[in-house]
Design a protein around this ligand. Sequence first.
Ligand code: SF4
Length: 150
Amino acid sequence: MADKPFYSQGLPFSCQRCSSCCRHDPGFVFLSEKDVNKLARALKMRYISFVETFCRWIPAGGGTEQLSLKELSNFDCVFWKEGCTVYESRPLQCRTFPFWHSIVASRDYWDIYKQDCPGIGRGPVRSMAEIDSCLAQRVLEPVITRKQKE
Ligand code: SF4
């Protein structure tokens, strides 16, 4: 039988609304097809106009690139303005934070992220089922990837 993950008893998390994961520092908010459809619908835009207006392609290795939201020159997310202006339709990456494979891979990674996010380790305990559901959704809704343009 496989070992239980370190979060088998759940992990505490409660967003403290510090907004540091949405602004100030360079970063990427990668998008799935579902994310783009949902955001375009919420903004009453066509899919392609949404991509051209709000997205950028990020080199992802192996001759591929992935779709991410743009950020402003001060590194704020393009949708940040005194809060997330697309909160109800925000991308899966935002909705599932901090229950990402890269963060819950081990107790050590979780503790490293705790230093940057005041919500990690605070508030109600999120169950293993909830954490696994976040991880599964990110597998089921992969980031849009294409062959890198010459
Ligand atoms: S889409 Fe909203 S929640 Fe996600 S990074 Fe941008 S401002 Fe933050």
